[in-house]
Design a protein around this ligand. Structure first.
Ligand SMILES: Nc1ncnc2c1ncn2[C@@H]1O[C@H](COP(=O)(O)OP(=O)(O)OP(=O)(O)O)[C@@H](O)[C@H]1O
Length: 321
């Protein structure tokens, strides 16, 4: 087992429960871990809980359930060890508009992570590294001295945010749809930069709607629907042999196949509390699906939460974990 980077044991999150209002369970308890050189994709439609999970890992939100560890510490605990663990992470947020310090120039915004922490790099050395990375991220030189908070398109901001997240060569990269605003050539280049890190023992948590993209950079994937894991396994297996009807629908909806998912997105709609989160859109639903199917381990390191697969589950002794 590689030294552990991320460990979640029954981690869940409910918004709104503490200050009154209607509590909303954005993430149902989930258990997952990965170590150095390993990568995990979080795949699902809008509103499925992907960003919530990233925010828990970064210590920006404290989980309301379970036990979460980042490099062996609780990232939301405060104190030096939690700060040190968070500093080992690079984060590419989904929304590049709020992601950059608005008063810094592009080059200083990218260099900034090297200027923080216990052994900051001198300003010019940090800026030199920022120049190299900005070139690799195909950001036009004419933009390096403009204010990061103005004058940049969404795609340009996203590339600046990408360079900023990678400049300190973090041990864990948390990337939330990091190439959503890029053309296909630039996307390929940025994805290759992410993929090469795994061979150097770096960890990756990659959030995307797109299983093809997930397969390019990750070995394993979790498919989330309404905050519940409906399938987990090797990313290639999920793409080429999806088991859960929802994963099948996600694969069928990939642009090259062109079939849109039917029914309302997960944040809308009316799945019964406790029932399968895909019930109202599932072409194969059974009466049984009004009750929640447990996440069941199958052969080949795969897991699926679907009543259709209960009978295919191997005996406990066959389970990979
Ligand atoms: N601060 C909050 N208070 C209440 N509900 C929230 C809060 N943040 C997120 N949610 C809800 O939690 C659910 C999951 O949101 P999250 O941002 O994690 O989804 P996501 O999978 O990242 O979606 P997207 O792909 O659109 O970013 C959504 O229904 C969202 O409305």
């Amino acid at each position: 087992m590689n030294p552990e980077i991320v460990s979640l044991v029954d981690v869940g999150h409910t918004f709104g429960g503490r200050r009154g209002g209607t509590p909303f369970r954005a993430l149902h308890p989930l258990t997952v871990s990965f170590g150095e050189g390993q990568s995990l994709a979080l795949v699902g439609e809008s509103g499925s809980g992907k960003t919530t999970l990233l925010r828990l890992l970064l210590g920006l939100t404290r989980p309301t359930e379970g036990r979460l560890r980042l490099f062996g510490v609780d990232p939301a605990a405060g104190g030096e060890r939690a700060t040190a663990a968070r500093r080992r992470c690079g984060y590419i947020p989904q929304d590049p508009f709020g992601a950059l310090p608005p008063t810094l120039t592009v080059i200083d915004a990218v260099a900034e992570p090297l200027r923080l922490g216990p052994s900051p790099l001198p300003r010019e050395a940090a800026r030199e590294r920022a120049r190299t990375l900005l070139k690799l991220c195909l950001l036009e030189e004419s933009l390096w001295d403009v204010r990061a908070g103005t004058s940049l398109s969404g795609g340009q901001r996203q590339r600046v945010s990408f360079a900023r997240a990678l400049i300190a060569d973090p041990d864990l990269l948390l990337a939330d749809e990091p190439t959503s605003m890029q053309d296909s050539g630039t996307r390929r280049l940025l994805v290759a930069r992410i993929a090469e890190r795994s061979s150097r023992g770096k960890g990756l948590l990659f959030v995307t709607h797109d299983l093809v993209l997930a397969r390019a950079v990750t070995e394993r994937a979790l498919v989330l629907l309404r905050g519940q894991v409906v399938e987990e396994g090797p990313t290639g297996a999920l793409l080429h042999d999806p088991l859960h009807p929802y994963t099948k629908a996600l694969v069928a909806a990939l642009p090259r196949l062109g079939k849109a998912l039917t029914g309302p997105p997960p944040s809308v709609g009316t799945a019964p509390p406790g029932g399968c989160p895909f019930l109202h859109r599932c072409p194969s639903s059974l009466a049984l699906c009004a009750s929640s199917p447990p996440l069941t381990a199958l052969a080949g390191g795969r897991k699926v939460a679907c009543h259709l697969f209960r009978e295919r589950a191997p005996s406990t002794s066959d389970l990979s974990r």
